[in-house]
Write a protein that binds this ligand. Structure first.
Ligand code: ATP
Ligand code: MG
Length: 303
């Protein structure tokens, strides 16, 4: 276990079969049917993993995902088997210090190779495309939309799942059918909109705007569709504080705001990893805690 200031930067579980380390998560194969997702405290900005982590961030992200899996389970089944370490295989128990509250045992699925992005508000790459071409993913849109304005109905704008080192590419929904087949493409588009709409309405009442989000889906051997990966976390979505929302400009990112401002102030080159000062780490940690409290209404007593 590599720790700094109590942040778990990397999980070290030599008796487990590590299959990948993403920007934030470490992924282990447990057996033929299951995987272990471990959310570390790593933080990335502009796709660069920073040198120090945000203590507790991985636990908070895991618990936010688990909250949504439960809240959304009536719309579609999900891959979560358990997030309770006590219910996981014996071989994991010796790594309790590292894993507790930050891991999920999930069904090993065949992941559908499309990122299911839903946008409720026009921002980011969608705003850039709209300004240039009046469309998003080549879907034509009404004239005169302002930055950060909400759409009348949420927009489904899938993207490819890029290989390591490549960037995802936005695609027209019809192209998703070519990649994963018409039936799956149709189903995940419909499910994604339902998931987003239910989550957006819930979060809005709690003071958070979910501007957009990305879902991933997988299928089991019976071709049943499951919601996979992480869901509706600040890492897979854009969260805005509704009390600060103003149409016609870009919005502060709920969680990364202090990090981005700091990196801008030091002229960060978006390539070379650096360490964040302690006060930025503390303020950012407080934002993650605030997101958890607002969304779930609970105290993060697992921290
Ligand atoms: P990053 O998210 O850091 O850009 P990444 O997506 O390659 O990189 P992770 O998100 O950490 O890395 O890796 C999770 C991987 O596991 C993704 O490729 C995702 O599609 C896949 N995955 C998610 N859920 C399941 C599942 N139930 N079964 C199999 N694979 C899954
Ligand atoms: Mg990922």
């Amino acid at each position: 276990m590599i720790e700094n200031h109590m942040a778990l930067i990397e999980s070290i579980c030599p008796d487990l079969n590590l299959i990948a380390r993403g920007k934030v998560r470490d992924l282990y194969r447990i057996d033929e049917n299951s995987l272990l997702f471990v959310a570390t405290d790593r933080i990335s900005a502009y796709d660069v993993i920073l040198k120090n982590g945000i203590p507790g961030k991985g636990k908070i992200l895991t618990q936010i995902s688990v909250f949504w899996f439960k809240y959304l389970k009536d719309i579609v089944p999900n891959h979560l088997i358990t997030c309770d370490l006590n219910d996981m295989p014996e071989v994991l128990q010796k790594y309790k210090d590292q894993l507790e509250h930050r891991c999920m045992l999930v069904k090993n699925l065949k992941v559908l190779q499309v990122e299911a992005i839903v946008r409720g508000y026009i921002t980011g790459s969608a705003w850039s495309e709209y300004k240039q071409k009046g469309s998003i993913c080549d879907i034509p849109l009404p004239e005169g939309l302002q930055e950060s304005q909400s759409f009348e109905t949420p927009l489904y704008t899938p993207s490819t799942k890029a290989e390591i080192g490549q960037h995802d590419q936005n695609i027209h929904p019809s192209k998703a059918s070519e990649i994963i087949g018409e039936n799956f493409a149709h189903d995940i588009a419909k499910i994604s909109i339902q998931l987003y709409t239910k989550a957006r309405d819930y979060a809005f009442k709690k003071g958070i705007i979910i501007a957009d989000t990305k879902f991933e889906f997988g299928i089991d051997s019976n071709k049943i569709i499951y919601l996979a990966d992480e869901v509706l976390t600040p890492d897979s979505s854009r969260f805005w504080l509704s009390s600060k929302y103003e149409i016609g400009r870009s919005q502060d990112s709920f969680d990364k705001q202090y990090v981005r401002d700091y990196l801008t102030s030091i002229g960060f080159d978006k390539k070379t990893s650096i360490a964040l000062p302690d006060y930025i780490i503390q303020k950012t940690r407080e934002k993650y805690i605030e997101a958890y409290k607002l969304l779930t209404g609970d105290e993060p007593d697992f921290l």
